[in-house]
Structures are given as C-alpha cells and as structure tokens.
Write a protein that binds this ligand. Sequence first.
Ligand code: GRF
Length: 215
Amino acid sequence: MKLSLEASPSNPPIPNYQFPSARLAVIVGTKGRGSNMLALVEAGRHGKMPASVELVYGSNPEAPALSAARETGVPVASFSDRETDFDALLIGLLRGYEIDLVCLAGYLRLLPPHVLHAYRNRVLNIHPALLPKFGGKGMFGHHVHEAVLAAGESESGCSVHYVTDAYDEGAVIHQLRCPVMPDDTPDSLAARVLALEHRAYPEAVGMVLAGLTSE
Ligand code: GRF
C-alpha cells in the first residue's frame, strides 16, 4: 500500500484494497442523478473499498440514474416495484447476481419486509443530514436542507445507516460533518453535503464489511 505524505493519525490514508471481494447492488430512485451509485462504482474500481458494484436496479428504466449506470458497464435491471411479487422478483435478482450487500441511493420507497429479511443487516442507505435529526417520511432532497437551515443548525452532514421497515430509523453506521454557512441556501448546503456523501458511502461499506459496526 502506498502511503500518502500527508497522512497523519488524524488524517489516515485511505486504504487501497487490491482484491475486492464483496458484491454490491445499488438501488437507485426514479429521479436521482445517480451520483452516489457512481461514487460506489468508482470506489470499487479504484480499490477504495473491499467490494465492487455488480448490479444496479431501478424501477423506472428511463431514470437518469439508470442511464448513468449503463454508461459504467455495470449490469442494470429494471422492473416495476408496484407489483405484488416485487419482493420475490427483487430477491431472485439479488440472489442471481450473488449480491452480498445492498446500497440504496436515492430510492424513496420502503423495501418489502421479505427483502429486508432475506438481506438482514445487509441493506444500507445514505441520508443527506445528521440522523436521527431531519429524517423520516417526506425528508428527502431539498426538504432536508430547508429543514436544517430553518432549525438554525451550525453543522450538517450525511449519515449511512442500516435500512429497516421505517424511514431513516436503522442504526447509523457512519457520519461525516460539515459546517452550515450563514449565507447557505438549500442548494449550496446540498452541494457541500453531497461531496461528503461520495466519501462516506464507500467508507461505510468498508466498515460494514470489516465488521466494525453491527445493528
Ligand atoms: C442523496 O442526497 C442521498 O443522500 C439521498 O438521495 C440523494 C441521491 O442523490 N438518499 P444521487 O442520485 O445519488 O445523486
């Protein structure tokens, strides 16, 4: 492993894993850009986490995040998440690709209980605020950053957490923080937090795979 000259105890070098082993699926939403999905793909390909993205699923084949996924060459799957057999289809898909860990990135619906049971403690989500504050149903996108600004918070950040049957309530695995500036708008705060998200998600995957956290 090549150590960075800037490395110090408070700024440790990012490990460079040579042999990614865990197989990740990313589940994207219908409206998101897919930037966290891309960050995970890149992190896997550049040895920044001990895993590789092997599958991207989204319910809408026209979703921007799925277009972005297709450009990476990672296999993409798309079928409706409104059908009664969605849980069986999704579990079959994940098993077919021998997926170890599922990362939600911009997916706004709850996953069916059967899926959470089949992948117990192996489904993660990223949220653009410091949970447990500013989470829950309806807290997504600009709503989150507007709430943080309205509350007069001096810092915000992102949280990677386990997914349960309730919105944003699973145990937090990893958080990164940033200041809230006096002249911040929801957009400027969102951009600062998003940059943190792209670091936090691969780091959290590494932490989970190393067994450093558990629910
Ligand atoms: C991110 O802000 C994430 O925290 C939230 O949804 C957004 C998805 O953005 N869950 P992107 O599609 O990954 O760019």
